[in-house]
Design a protein around this ligand. Structure first.
Ligand code: A3P
Ligand code: MG
Ligand code: MG
Length: 390
């Protein structure tokens, strides 16, 4: 009884105009067939402390500072405090949503009514995987999906074997991964940059437990959505909007035309990761294979599609948004709650590159995998469900 959504007709379709801005504020010609995506609006930010406590504060927010030229990205590698790989739990995002609800309640509004017209809730990383699926040639993914009070909730399904694998990556690959975090440290400070020109430098040893997250609302076609994600830093100050958000990335230095298509393919993921949370700027630190920072390039997120158009390795964001809205429509059509609310009903969407997605309800053995002995209803922590019963 599994259902399939094929990719077959997606890649061959003629493409509407690439999205260069969020409508309707766009001054760019907007194709009548284009799928609109509303500019994300920040609702709440929160922080994870070094001991991985979730706090409703901006204690883990960083300010952007220019990194020192030629920085050694291996710096501090042996002092890296690594957050262990974990299941792709949605709990932190649910805590954020509950906080938004309790703030509403304090103002005399209902804590859950605002969620009635929200079609889906997801971490940004999951949405990035969904939207970039038409161009994904290598990595499959699996999602658990539940329907609660008319809202779809997504959680990445990461098997125990996959977690073990991620915790045991070879040292060489682990150093490459560290370069990204160490670049973040070189680019950030816990204070706004000194207008007299603070000397750039190391922002502090890397602790990947510490994260600053933003919860935003947006809309893809006619589906309102709540998306949460980590934000690397802000320029100058945080004014409650996403307008000063900055995403930091590292990439191997481009040495010639042969390297360009590979970088342009990477830009697809950079683009959607930032676009989905309204992050307007991406700063890429190019590095040598051994982790020496060479150059810095700033990208305006909304201009990236235009930069890659008509190039080898190019992609069309409208095709991704079209696929994404079809995927959500497919889920709305097929994902249902159980007849009685006593039984959790989890659906599993499995993506196979270059093929498509299959959707099936999980049987009890599958449910056990995600319940994991905790006080849960499917993948929801019980306290979240109780908030809806009250
Ligand atoms: P880079 O971005 O420079 O690759 P993010 O870019 O999302 O802020 O993530 C910060 C860093 O975490 C990345 O740096 C990379 O080193 C690591 N990272 C994030 N996602 C990863 C993934 N799927 N696999 C391996 N490393 C990842
Ligand atoms: Mg990040
Ligand atoms: Mg980053």
């Amino acid at each position: 009884e599994s259902k399939r959504l094929h990719l077959d007709n997606v890649l061959g379709e003629p493409c509407a105009n690439a999205s260069l801005a969020y409508p309707p504020t766009s001054h760019v010609t907007w194709s009548p067939h284009a799928i609109p995506f509303q500019k994300p609006q920040s609702l709440l930010s929160f922080s994870y402390s070094p001991s991985r406590l979730l706090e409703f504060s901006d204690s883990a927010m960083w300010y952007y500072v220019e990194p020192p030229g030629g920085a050694d990205l291996q710096h501090g590698y042996d002092r890296w405090i690594r957050r262990p790989e974990e299941k792709g739990r949605i709990d932190g995002l649910l805590r954020g949503i509950a906080k938004i609800g309790s703030d509403k309640e304090k103002r005399g509004e209902s804590s859950t009514t605002w969620l009635r017209d929200v079609g889906m809730v997801s971490w940004r990383g999951v949405m990035t995987k969904i939207l970039t699926a038409p161009y994904e040639e290598r990595d499959p993914w699996e999602l658990n999906i539940m329907l609660l009070d008319g809202t779809l909730y997504f959680e990445e399904y990461i098997s125990d074997a996959k977690i073990r694998e991620k915790n045991n990556i070879p040292p060489k690959q682990r150093i490459q991964m560290y370069y990204g975090y160490s670049f973040e440290s070189f680019c950030t400070s816990d204070r706004p940059p000194d207008p007299r020109g603070r000397m750039p430098g190391w922002g502090g040893d890397v602790d990947t437990n510490v994260q600053w997250c933003c919860v935003a609302k947006t809309k893809l076609a006619d589906t309102r959505m709540i998306i949460g994600g980590e934000v690397d830093c802000v320029r100058e100050r945080f004014d409650g909007t996403t307008d000063n958000f900055v995403e930091l990335k590292t990439s191997l230095t481009i040495r010639g035309p042969q390297d360009e298509p590979r970088f342009e393919k990477k830009l697809l993921k950079f683009y959607f990761q930032s676009f989905l949370l309204g992050v307007p700027e991406i700063i890429v630190g190019f590095r040598t294979p051994s982790g020496r920072l060479t150059t810095l390039q700033e990208f305006k997120t909304l201009q990236i599609p235009r930069m890659v158009r008509d190039k080898p390795g190019s992609w069309d964001p409208q095709l991704c948004l079209g696929w994404g809205s079809r995927f959500i429509a497919f889920l709305k059509e097929n994902v249902s709650s159980p007849p009685t609310q006593d039984v959790p009903c989890i659906w599993r969407a499995s993506f196979t590159p270059k093929s498509g997605v299959t959707l099936k309800p999980l049987d009890q053995s599958g449910v056990d995998e995600v319940v994991n002995g905790e006080d849960r209803f499917g993948f929801f922590p019980s306290w979240y469900i109780n908030g809806f019963m009250a």
